[in-house]
Design a protein around this ligand. Structure first.
Ligand code: DQA
Length: 139
């Protein structure tokens, strides 16, 4: 099982960024724990603050991996291009948000991703990434 995790802008600052919303664990630390918990899963991790780089990565991994877990962060609410990339690739994508985007500002209720993803998880913290892995493993 090969799973890519792709994180969008500002998620490189997890652990220090708005910790009341996103918690105080750096993503790299969480990823280490995830790899330990699922030793048979081969994870590929990519983070970028640049929209086109996220699209390039989706196209790169999107034809032969088993699953993609995508948190497009702020681009969720603005990026037609990322939504189109998900529609264009073959690998199923699960959209994950750490915070409950529906309980925040109105602009966060819009997602260009949800309609193209197989499913979406939001508001469950970093646990959402783990639940997405579980879903892929049970397919
Ligand atoms: C986020 C929610 C987005 O609205 C926000 O722009 C982010 C993080 C989340 O994981 O909760 O950067 O995707």
């Amino acid at each position: 099982m090969r799973i890519a995790i792709i994180n969008g802008p500002n998620l490189n600052l997890l652990g220090t960024r708005e910790t009341d919303i996103y918690g105080n664990i750096p993503f790299e630390k969480f990823l280490k724990q995830l790899k330990k918990k699922y030793p048979k899963v081969k994870f590929e991790y990519f983070q970028s603050n640049i929209e086109g780089e996220l699209i390039n990565e989706l196209q790169r991994v999107g034809f032969d991996l088993d699953g993609i877990i995508l948190n497009p962060a702020g681009y969720t609410h603005t990026s037609v291009g990322i939504g189109d990339a998900i529609a264009a690739i073959k690998t199923p994508v699960i959209e994950v948000h750490i915070s409950n985007v529906h309980a925040r500002e109105d602009f966060r209720k819009i997602s260009h991703i949800s309609g193209k993803a197989v499913g979406s998880i939001f508001g469950l913290g970093l646990k959402g990434y783990e639940l997405a892995v579980e879903w892929f493993l049970q397919q």
